[in-house]
Each structure stands twice: as C-alpha cells, then as structure tokens.
Design a protein around this ligand. Structure first.
Ligand SMILES: NC(=O)C1=CN([C@@H]2O[C@H](COP(=O)(O)OP(=O)(O)OC[C@H]3O[C@@H](n4cnc5c(N)ncnc54)[C@H](O)[C@@H]3O)[C@@H](O)[C@H]2O)C=CC1
Ligand SMILES: O=C(O)/C=C/C=C(\O)C(=O)O
Length: 487
C-alpha cells in the first residue's frame, strides 16, 4: 500500500482537511515514495495556533539548561534512529549513502548539540548608569525568544538545512512551524516522532507540507501570527518571501543562491586543488548553494587543471545509493533536470568547449526513469554567458584562465551573488590578501565545505541577509529586551 506523509501539528500526525495529496517520487527511478498531504490555510492556521499556545505552556517555563538537555536528547535519538533517517533522506533525494551518512544525517544531529551548548554559554550585557541623585541605575538586557518561527526549507540538504534553523530556534525558546520542500517531505516528518519520543511538548515543533505560492509556503509566510521567517532557497523566492514579510513587519533570515568561484593559483598543491574542486563542483550532484560553478585558473597550469578536472568528472560513476562504487546520485527531479539541461544546451549553442559530460547518462533497468545527468566541464565561454552568470544548481562548471591576481579577484567578484569562494594557493600572504578582497560570506583556502558550526554563515549581495551559526544564530532567534532598574 502507498505510504502517506502527514502533517505534524501539536504533537500529532494529521491529514489535511482539503483532502488534497501530491506525489513524492524518487529521483532515482521515478517510483512513488509516498503521497503527501497538502496543507491549506486551515492546517497552517492550526499549526501556528499550536506553536503560539506552546510558547506559554511548559516549554515557555523551561530554563535554557532544560531546553538544552532536551535538544541533546533529540540529537541522541536521531543518532539512535540513524538508519531510518538515512533511508528516508535517500528515498526522497536518491543521494549516495556515502554522502548522506557522512554529511546529511550526522549534521542533522550535530545541529541540535551545537546550539544546545551555545545557548548555555550566552552572557548578557550590563551597564551601570549614573543618575542626577547619585544613586544610579543598572541596565541589563534579556534575550527573549522571538515567538513563532516559520522555517521554509529547500530540498538539497533537507534534514541538515531544516535542523540548522529548528535547533537554534528551539534552543532560544521559540516554537517552530516547518515547511519542508515539496520534493523532500520525509525527514522533517520523521523528526516529529523524535520530538514526541524525547518529550518536547506538543506544539513546539510543527510540520506542514505543500508548495510555495498559493499553498503552505505562502500561507505560512503571510500568517499574521508568525513572528519571524527563516528561509534557504533561491534568491527570487527569497525576494517573494521578503515582500510577504514586509507586510507583516516580520524579521527574516535569508540564505539564498550563489554563483561561487574557485581561484586556482599556479603555486597550488595540484592534487589537493583537483580533489577539492571535484567535490565543490559535483558533490550532491552540484546541488549545494556553496558549490563551485566558476573556476578561474592561473594560465601556466590551466591546461593541466582542465585535463585533470575533466578526468575526475568522467570518473564520477552514477548508480544506486547503496553501491559503494557510486560517486554521484541523480538531480532532485525531472523538472530540475530540464532546467539544468537547458544550460547544457545554452553552453553548446554559445560554442563552449565541452571537456567532459554534457548530456544524460545511459542508466540500466528502472534507473533509466531517474533524473540522471552527467557531471560537466566547459571552457571557452564569455563571462557574459548565462551559463557563467546564473546559478544552475547542477554538477557543472566553467573554467577560464587568468593572468594576474587583480584579474582573478575582479572576475570572482563580477557577480550579483556573494555566498562562498575557494582559493587554492600555497602562498599564505596571497591567501590572506586575496581572501580579504572577495565579496563573499565565506572564503575557504585550500578547502571546501569545511564547517565549524560556531562560525558566522551566510551570504553577501544577493546571496542573503544575516548570519547564522553559533552565537550569530542567537541574534536572529532572540530579541533583546532591556531592563532598567533605578537604585
Ligand atoms: N540552497 C539553495 O541555495 C537552493 C537553491 N535552489 C535553487 O532554486 C531553484 C528552484 O528550486 P526550488 O526548490 O523550487 O527552490 P525554491 O527557492 O523555490 O523553494 C525553496 C522552498 O521555498 C518554498 N517556496 C517557494 N515559493 C514560496 C513562496 N512564494 N512563499 C513561501 N515559500 C515558498 C518551497 O516550497 C520550498 O520549500 C533550484 O533550481 C536552485 O537553482 C534550490 C534549493 C536550494
Ligand atoms: O550549513 C551548512 O553547512 C550548509 C549549508 C548549505 C546550504 O545552505 C545550501 O546548500 O543551501
């Protein structure tokens, strides 16, 4: 029998009043994973009401230490049910076990631990204030939760990016309503079971399923009783949500798209640069907002770099998630593959030199129905090409030579986006000098996706507003309330 994916509202798994369901299909072979209940205004309203009520229930009376203990229990329970989370994530996304078991699920648990620990160590500001009578006053600032937080989540790293929002929101004492991507509803729903098992009070964590416009996403972001919205996804969607938030004067945190550059200098460790760039361009089938889609290589090593990156791309074997030989999974959906392939067509039409890939691989048996695509490397396109300027979000990159450091910096910064960059050089002075001039939220030197969860994370320019991570998340998920006591 086909499984149904339900909403999780006020501690209970419930269907929708509208009776509308949509298909959740595996991108591996297009088989039906589950039928998902779509939330209308009534379910979103019920979820927001439950979240609002929970703020003044047992959850609202807990100390930060008590909340932290519960969040540690959530992390432990995710780890105990690791395989269920892994299978749910793989069913929705088709990503290789090697990837999901090293990144997606462990980070899902780690996100709860880091924010549980962060919240316990937060100091508050305090001022002694002179007054005319000489007795003075003291001022101190309390950090209070913002209230009901709406978390609008993407499909590329579903558990990882959802818990990156939920964990700090809960650590700070808020309640949440999560809207997972319509492509990946499973792990957010499974997390509801974990919340109940460890004793998170009903209404603190809620999940509603559906789409964006005229569906759960829009109903949630326009809901008058939502206090804050955290979003990860495409820049255009971020703009639509910002407009909705403006009407309700809601605070927002926006983690948006990127068109990230890698700069490879002739003095780099070539083996390391190839290994790292292969990951940054092709990991998760290129569906990482931090991924590299533009590579600039210093001219003396350009030919060797292109040849070796092409070999690496061709060696990325697609296949079943549990096959240890599998190096790359499918794209998230056929619709997304149509988008990525339209860029493959544009590159061809504009006369790019195809170094590797460029089309759809032949897959055996039922895998032929999946959203597979070849990792692709191009050279020879002008910087004005849509392929070089727009976020593709697929396993592809364009490589171009440069001659001077200044030119490399100019090329890297010539984009409306500003999320991440990677520099490859063994010259420490150059790494500092160039790294400081790149207009991005995060710059890796001889690395990529090396994450310390205490550091500020977010984008500049059209890649986002705000920073999350460690104490920076607390800035978004709490409000400062000043108390002034006349002595
Ligand atoms: N992390 C990132 O930077 C990501 C970027 N993308 C980019 O976005 C493109 C489109 O993928 P989508 O999943 O459609 O991304 P999206 O940005 O449209 O959707 C992300 C989330 O926002 C919701 N949403 C969409 N429109 C909304 C609205 N008006 N109000 C409230 N919620 C809304 C969606 O249902 C989903 O949960 C991809 O091809 C890729 O280029 C997609 C996912 C993640
Ligand atoms: O928080 C992280 O470590 C990863 C973030 C990745 C994204 O935000 C993304 O791919 O959208």
């Amino acid at each position: 029998m086909t499984r149904e994916t339900l909403h999780f509202i006020n501690g209970q798994f419930v269907g929708g009043q509208s009776g509308r369901l949509f298909d959740n299909r595996s991108p591996l072979d297009n088989r039906l994973v589950s039928r998902v209940h779509e939330a209308g205004r009534a379910e979103v309203d019920a979820a927001v009401r439950a979240a609002r009520a929970a703020l003044t229930g047992p959850w609202g009376r807990m100390t930060a230490d008590e909340r932290a203990q519960l969040l540690h229990a959530v992390a432990d329970e995710i780890n105990r049910r690791f395989d269920e989370f892994l299978q749910a994530e793989i069913a929705d996304t088709g990503k290789p076990v090697s990837l999901a078991s090293h990144i997606d699920i462990p980070r899902g648990a780690a996100n709860f631990k880091i924010f549980a620990d962060t919240i316990k160590g937060v100091a508050t500001e305090f001022f002694e204030t002179p007054t005319p009578d000489g007795k003075g006053a003291i001022n101190y600032a309390l950090r209070v939760p913002k209230g009901v937080v709406a978390a609008i989540c993407p499909w590329n790293l579903p558990l990882l990016l959802m818990t990156w929002k939920v964990a700090p929101a809960l650590a700070c004492g808020n309640t949440v309503v999560v809207k997972p991507s319509e492509e990946t509803p499973s792990t957010a729903t499974l997390l509801g079971e974990v919340m109940n098992a460890v004793g998170i009070p009903p209404g603190v964590y809620n999940v509603v399923h559906g789409f964006g416009p005229d569906s759960a996403g829009e109903f949630l972001t326009t809901h008058p009783d939502v206090n804050a919205i955290t979003f990860t996804g495409e820049t255009r969607t971020g703009a639509a949500i910002l407009k909705a938030a403006a009407d309700g004067i809601k605070s927002t945190s926006m983690e948006l798209g990127g068109k990230n550059a890698a700069l490879v200098f002739a003095d780099c460790d070539m083996d390391q640069a190839i290994e790292t760039t292969t990951r940054s361009a092709f990991a998760n089938c290129g569906q990482v907002c931090l991924g590299t889609e533009r590579i600039y290589v210093e001219r003396p090593i350009f030919d060797e770099f292109v040849r070796r990156l092409g070999e690496a791309a061709r060696s990325m074997k697609p296949g079943r998630p549990d096959d240890p030989a599998t190096k790359i999974g499918p794209l998230i959906s056929h619709e997304h593959r149509r988008k990525v392939l339209s860029y493959y067509e544009k590159a061809k039409a504009e006369g790019a030199t195809l170094v590797a890939g460029g089309s759809v691989p032949q897959m055996p048996g039922e895998l032929a129905e999946g959203a597979w695509i070849e990792p692709t490397v191009w050279t020879g396109l002008p910087e004005t090409s849509a392929v070089v300027r727009e976020e593709i979000f697929g396993p592809c990159c364009h490589v171009r030579p440069f001659d001077t450091e200044e030119e490399a910096i100019r090329l890297a910064n010539d984009t409306p986006y500003g999320l991440a960059a990677a520099l490859h050089t063994t010259n420490l002075a150059r790494a500092h000098r160039v790294g400081a001039q790149l207009e991005v939220g995060i710059c890796w030197i001889n690395a990529w996706f090396l994450r310390d969860l205490r550091t500020p994370f977010g984008g500049s320019k059209q890649s986002g507003i705000g920073r999350e991570g460690g104490v920076h998340s607390l800035e978004f998920y709490t409000e400062l309330r000043n108390v002034c006591i006349k002595l």
